[in-house]
Design a protein around this ligand. Structure first.
Ligand code: SF4
Length: 176
């Protein structure tokens, strides 16, 4: 299979077997350069006839896949869609997944919750910080801010307290 088999998540992936690009063995087709309008059109045309284009697009948004064409959209088109779809979004499962280092494209509120829970539990930032797309220094700052907020207004952070109380880390290896 070509492009989509490289997307790494732990959800049901049986849909990839029905993809129009399955077995085409031409992954470059889905990574045209910005000035390759004809190639872009051709890849989008294939996606347009794909029976699992919705699943493909959802996967790309959820995993913050920033490269190539997914679900018939190039990255710049996906970003706009993602911003619209995540405004106000908050789901506990997504926060927990990110705390376990899984690739989830979080909303602003969900990112804040990750920082708060990480601060409460003193979690290893090497696991969760990359999911937020931030480095160690910025992660430490976010944790300090989250801890200060928690100390001052714990009643505003009940969702995060609930997650922290039930959090069960997956076995996630971190390179030393
Ligand atoms: S939408 Fe396009 S990239 Fe996604 S699975 Fe279908 S053909 Fe492949």
């Amino acid at each position: 299979m070509s492009t989509i088999t490289s997307i790494a998540t732990r959800r049901d992936h049986t849909w990839v077997q029905r993809a129009a690009c399955a077995g085409t063995n031409t992954p470059d087709r889905f990574y045209p350069l910005p000035d390759q309008a004809e190639e872009t059109r051709a890849a989008k045309a294939l996606c347009g006839n794909c029976p699992v284009s919705d699943e493909c697009l959802t996967e790309a948004l959820e995993t913050n896949d920033r490269y190539g064409i997914r679900g018939g959209l190039v990255e710049s088109e996906r970003i706009v869609l993602h911003r619209l779809s995540t405004v106000g979004r908050w789901e506990e499962d997504r926060v927990v997944a990110a705390l376990n280092g899984r690739p989830v494209h979080l909303s602003r509120q969900e990112k804040h919750s990750v920082c708060v829970v990480a601060a409460i539990l003193d979690l290893d930032l090497r696991i969760w910080a990359p999911v937020l797309g931030i480095g160690r220094k910025r992660a430490l700052t976010r944790v300090r801010e989250a801890r200060a907020q928690f100390d001052a207004q714990p009643f505003l952070l009940r969702r995060e307290q609930r997650i922290a109380g039930a959090f069960s880390p997956e076995a996630t290896a971190v390179a030393a």
